[in-house]
Design a protein around this ligand. Structure first.
Ligand code: BTN
Length: 327
């Protein structure tokens, strides 16, 4: 285990630890302890330093822990889970897992990170992921269905996030096609799917999910769209990120297993029930053109239906379109 992870493990009990005690437990100098803690502070870790007592993490600091997540998983996820990687920092959990996928990682491999230096959103956007501010999770799912089925998979991933939030007591969340999770028009969670494989035949999907938990003001200021976070929503004050991670993994395994055997059909009604865009005026940005119209839900394959201003109903696939609700 890397020294920084070992340090955090020692501090995770919320008690004071002197630099000397930490150093001797980890076989490094007091100065080295301070250097690493300072680097972690620059990444956004909040901790107290008291002369004569040492260092202490705030009681509210809720770091991700592999064993706690594993212990909270339900039977279906336990049976299907590959390795569960919990990292302190990474460029992007999706990029990291994509590399592992190309090196033969097994279906069901999951990785989480406290901090992403280059978190990625859809359409080349940056996903703001300060230390412990989000839940950043990626799951590798190998499917015998070709890449053509992945539009549906992306919608189903949205349902998994929604169900996870519902289990956590958040009932006002909705879905914006293809898979943004919104509360009162503000984005709470986003999903990015990377694909490795063929258009037909077996392929691997890397499903990356970011849920805003509690972002420092400076990080929030860098988000270029209306957003919200779990800490701002009623009823979530004592929600542990480890518990949330386990609930998300449980829901992902449940919906993907059903999607693999039955496709999108069993999810259509639930998806449409939470569709927050249906009936709204929308603007769709395609690679070379913009389409205006009114959203009319989705079809059986998960394509977005839009009644264009010309009065025709057209369908759009998620890979090619960026959707905005207009007023
Ligand atoms: C979006 O709404 O634009 C998608 C955001 C997806 C963010 C998650 S965070 C975990 C995973 N790793 C990434 O780099 N991106 C996804």
């Amino acid at each position: 285990m890397q020294l920084r992870s070992q340090l955090l493990n020692r501090l995770a009990d919320g008690q004071f630890h002197s630099g000397e005690a930490l150093g001797s437990a980890l076989g490094v100098s007091r100065m080295a302890v301070w250097k690493h803690l300072k680097a972690l502070r620059e990444l956004g870790l909040d901790f107290e330093v008291v002369r004569g007592k040492g260092y202490r993490l705030p009681a509210s600091c809720d770091l991700l822990d592999q064993e706690t997540i594993l212990a909270a998983l339900g039977p279906q996820a336990r049976a299907g889970l590959g390795p569960l990687h919990v990292m302190l920092e990474v460029d992007s959990t999706n990029s990291w897992l994509r590399e592992q996928t190309l090196n033969g990682a097994r279906s069901g491999t999951v990785c989480l990170a406290e901090l992403q230096h280059a978190g990625r959103g859809r359409h080349g956007r940056h996903w703001v992921s300060p230390f412990a501010g989000n839940l950043c999770l990626s799951l590798l799912w190998r499917t015998s269905q070709g890449a053509a089925a992945l539009g549906g998979l992306s919608l189903v991933a949205g349902i998994a996030v929604l169900r996870c939030l519902q289990s956590a007591g958040i009932h006002g969340a909705g879905l914006k096609w293809p898979n943004d999770v919104l509360v009162d028009g503000a984005k709470l969670a986003g999903i990015l799917i990377d694909v490795a494989g063929e258009a037909s035949g077996p392929c691997a999907a890397i499903i990356g999910i970011g849920i805003n938990i509690s972002l420092p003001e400076s990080a929030g200021a860098a988000i270029d769209q209306p957003w919200t976070q779990l800490s701002a929503l009623a009823g979530t004050t004592d929600l542990s990120r480890n518990r949330l991670a386990a609930m998300l993994i449980d829901n992902l395994f449940e919906v993907f297993a059903e999607f693999d055997s039955q496709g999108l059909q069993p999810f259509l009604e639930e998806w449409c029930k939470h569709d927050v865009v249906a009936g709204c005026p929308v603007s769709l940005q395609l690679p070379h053109t913009r389409v205006l119209g009114t959203a009319r839900g989705i079809d059986a394959s998960g394509a977005l239906l839009v009644e264009t201003t010309g009065g025709r109903e057209e369908r759009f696939l998620s890979g090619e379109v960026s959707l905005r609700v207009t007023t």
